[in-house]
Design a binder for this molecule. Structure first.
Ligand SMILES: Cc1cc2nc3c(=O)[nH]c(=O)nc-3n(C[C@H](O)[C@H](O)[C@H](O)COP(=O)(O)OP(=O)(O)OC[C@H]3O[C@@H](n4cnc5c(N)ncnc54)[C@H](O)[C@@H]3O)c2cc1C
Length: 339
């Protein structure tokens, strides 16, 4: 386990065989993943009975350790892990009674809603949250209620469910304690580092990828990003990674009008590969809308999408040849337009 990293790239780790070890790295890739948001962050009233698990813990218990966390299940939050566990628990013989989601849309992939809930007749109650948990030693039941536009429970909408287990799928938090130690600049929206086109952070030679950078729904994108970070870290170590001095110019990416963030945040046109994939998420459900990209004030992309949702990661591709045709470009804006 890595305990510490320093600005001068000294990495301190420990394990049973070697004890505590310090190594002088030339480059570091931050790839610590994320952790699940716990119940404590949620302020649900009630006692602290057994039977409340994060969905990832339940996944580990069922898939790796062969234990069933419970039989009568209510799931709070519709993140992908919660949706996948609704199906998994059902296949293992549990009765998943309901999935309650506080937002008016699911946080998971559409295909997981269809394949993990709809196919098994598990109801998804949007704009609902748990307002009470019954049980002292073990969970005995929950009350869910509808919430208004301020996320406040609406009196009179309460529904009771008897259950022995609650699974929480209420978000993931990037593991950025080590990143903070070396003053890596953070993006308040993703809670991950701000990176350039090479996935390098503001600390030279320190790269980031995967869930520590921004939360991914699919491992395929994580693998792509990891390969890019690895390649660039290797170039850095070999002295083949162009610095700012090699740059034609650096352009900033701005996320506005429905786009919550972009990864990367800047593009060094002199150093970028022939193409750079820019990933982003939208902040709401958009139907029959357009992903638009502006080079300063000129619209250069206007791509229709039938549906976009916060649970699905979107991307656009920047082309180096095209960018070289805009030597004075300062800003690339990514936004959602209705028409
Ligand atoms: C519970 C859960 C279930 C998921 N299920 C799926 C799925 O079924 N399919 C899918 O496509 N995607 C799934 N995902 C999505 C997930 O985004 C990716 O699959 C992928 O695992 C993320 O890769 P990563 O390398 O960024 O992080 P991780 O796979 O989390 O790897 C990070 C690693 O870093 C280690 N680490 C952290 N801090 C330190 C430290 N200080 N020192 C040493 N090591 C450290 C961690 O222990 C961990 O092993 C799931 C995500 C979660 C959280």
């Amino acid at each position: 386990m890595v305990m510490d990293i320093t600005q001068s790239k000294i990495v301190t780790y420990m394990n049973r065989a070697e004890g505590m070890v310090h190594i002088q790295a030339k480059s570091i890739i931050l790839a610590m993943g994320c952790r699940e948001r716990p119940r404590g962050a949620l302020n649900i009233p009630g006692f602290r009975p057994a039977g409340i698990f994060s969905a990832g813990t339940a996944q580990r218990l069922v898939n790796m350790e062969g234990y069933m966390p419970g039989r009568e299940v209510v799931i709070l939050g519709s993140g992908d892990i919660g949706l996948i566990m609704a199906r998994r628990m059902t296949l293992e013989g549990a009765h998943v009674k309901v999935v309650a989601e506080i937002m008016p849309y699911s946080g998971g992939l559409k295909r997981n809603i269809v394949q993990c809930l709809d196919d098994f007749g598990i109801p998804l109650r949007l704009s609902h949250t748990i307002v009470d948990i019954r049980g002292v030693d073990r969970v005995e039941g929950v009350t869910i209620a509808q919430v208004d536009e301020h996320m406040k429970p609406v009196p009179g909408t309460e529904e009771d469910y008897d259950c022995d287990t609650i699974l929480l799928s209420v978000g993931l938090i990037p593991e950025n304690e080590l990143s903070n130690k070396i003053n890596v600049q953070m993006n308040a929206v993703t809670s991950g580092p701000v990176v350039n086109e090479s996935l390098e952070t503001n600390v030279e030679g320190v790269f980031a990828c995967g869930n520590v950078l921004h939360v991914h729904d699919l491992v395929d994108y994580v693998s792509e990003e990891a390969a890019l970070a690895g390649k660039n870290a290797a170039k850095y170590v070999l002295g083949k990674f162009g610095g700012q001095e090699n740059s034609a110019h650096t352009v900033t990416l701005e996320a506005v009008d429905g786009v919550r963030y972009t990864v990367p945040k800047t593009v060094n046109v002199g150093r970028m590969e022939d193409t750079v994939k820019v990933r982003f998420r939208v902040g709401n459900v958009f139907k029959d809308s357009y992903v638009s990209v502006y080079y300063d004030d000129e619209r250069v992309l206007h791509r229709k999408k039938i549906i976009m949702a916060p649970g699905e990661m979107e991307d656009i591709t920047l082309d180096r040849k095209k960018l070289l045709g805009y030597p004075d470009l300062k800003k690339i804006t990514v936004k959602i337009e209705r028409e």
